[in-house]
Design a protein around this ligand. Structure first.
Ligand code: NAP
Ligand code: GCO
Length: 264
C-alpha cells in the first residue's frame, strides 16, 4: 500500500512554493521521492527558499517566474523538461489576496487577484497538459480555498477567483480525464502563513486579534491549520492512491465548512 503513495521518479512543479503552503506541499512530495521544481517572483524569496529546501535536504530547482506571464511559464516548463524531465505533478499554489471592501476596490486590484489566483492556473496547466496527454498520465492539483464555497467581507476578488478555480478544476478533470490525467483541488481552511498573518496579529493590549478568535470559534478543531496539515492530503492527490479521484475539492479545514459555529 505504501507504493500507492510513492512519488519516486516523478517531477513535481509547485508554483509559489518559496514558503507557506507551497513549501510544505513540495516538502511532502520530496519526502515521497519526487524531484521538486518551484517558482516565485522575488529573488530575495528565492534565495531564502533555496536555503530552506537545502536545510531539509531537498535539491529543489527554483525559477524566478511570474505565473501570469505565459512566456516566462513556457520557458520554465521547457527548462524543467530539459533538465529534470516533463512535469508529472503540477500544483497551482501561487496566489495573493487583497482585503478591500468591494466598493473601494479598484478594477486593477480585482484584475490582479483574478490574474494570479485564476488565470495563472489556466496558463500553467495549459503549459504542462501536452506532455501529460502524450504520456497518458498526469496530476494537476489546484489550491482552492474555503472561499471557493463561501464569501466574506472584503475578499470579493479572491472569492471570485477561488470559485472559478474550483470550476476550472472540474473542467480540466472533465476534458482530460480520458488521458489518465487527474485534476483535483485542495481547499485549505485558515492556515497560519504570511498570507493570513494580518488576521492573527495580537492586539496592542496583547489580546487575540478579533478575527483570530472568530476563526478559533468557527473551527471544530479550535485551532488554525499549519502548512504541515496540508502535506498528507496533497500527497494523496499527487499519488497513484487517488488515480480514480477526479474533479474533487478536498477541504483541509479542521471542519469549518461543516460547522455552524460555537454558540456565543
Ligand atoms: P503566501 O504565504 O502568501 O505565499 C504565496 C506564494 O506565492 C509566495 O511564495 C509568492 O512568492 C508566490 N506568488 C505570489 N504571486 C505569484 C506570481 N504571480 N507568480 C509566482 N509566484 C507568486 O500564501 P499561502 O498562505 O502559502 O497560500 C498559498 C496558496 O494557498 C494561495 O493560493 C492561497 O490563496 C491559498 N490558500 C491559503 C490559505 C491560508 O489560510 N493561508 C487558505 C486557503 C488557500 P513571490 O511573492 O516571491 O512571488
Ligand atoms: C481571509 C483569509 C482566507 C484564507 C483562505 C481560507 O482573508 O478570509 O485570507 O481567504 O486565506 O482562503 O480558506
Amino acid at each position: 500500500m505504501n507504493d500507492r503513495f510513492s512519488l519516486e521518479g516523478k517531477v513535481a512543479l509547485v508554483t509559489g512554493a518559496a514558503y507557506g503552503i507551497g513549501f510544505a506541499i513540495a516538502q511532502s512530495y520530496a519526502m515521497a521521492g519526487a524531484k521538486i521544481a518551484f517558482n516565485c517572483r522575488s529573488r530575495e524569496h528565492m534565495e531564502k527558499a533555496l536555503e530552506a529546501y537545502r536545510a531539509k535536504g531537498i535539491a529543489a530547482k527554483g525559477y524566478l517566474c511570474d505565473v501570469t506571464d505565459e512566456t516566462q511559464v513556457g520557458e520554465m516548463i521547457g527548462d524543467i523538461r530539459e533538465h529534470m524531465g516533463a512535469v508529472d505533478i503540477l500544483v497551482n499554489n501561487a496566489g495573493i489576496i487583497k482585503r478591500i471592501p468591494m466598493t473601494e476596490m479598484t478594477v486593477e486590484d480585482f484584475r490582479q487577484v483574478i490574474d494570479i489566483d485564476l488565470n495563472a492556473a489556466f496558463i500553467v496547466s495549459k503549459a504542462v497538459l501536452p506532455d501529460m496527454i502524450e504520456r497518458r498520465r498526469g496530476k494537476i492539483i489546484n489550491v482552492c480555498s474555503m472561499m471557493s464555497e463561501l464569501g466574506r467581507e472584503t475578499v470579493s476578488a479572491y472569492a471570485a477567483a477561488k470559485g472559478g478555480l474550483k470550476m476550472l478544476t472540474r473542467n480540466i478533470a472533465s476534458e482530460y480525464g480520458g488521458y489518465n490525467i487527474q485534476c483535483n483541488g485542495i481547499g485549505p481552511g485558515y492556515i497560519a502563513t504570511p498570507q493570513t498573518a494580518p488576521l492573527r496579529e495580537p492586539q496592542a493590549d496583547g489580546s487575540r486579534h478579533p478575527f483570530d478568535s472568530f476563526i478559533i470559534s468557527k473551527t471544530p478543531a479550535a485551532r488554525w491549520g499549519t502548512p504541515e496539515d496540508l502535506m498528507g492530503p496533497a500527497l494523496f492527490l499527487a499519488s497513484a492512491a487517488s488515480d480514480f479521484v477526479n474533479g474533487q475539492i478536498l477541504y483541509v479545514d479542521g471542519g469549518i465548512l461543516a460547522y455552524i459555529g460555537k454558540q456565543p
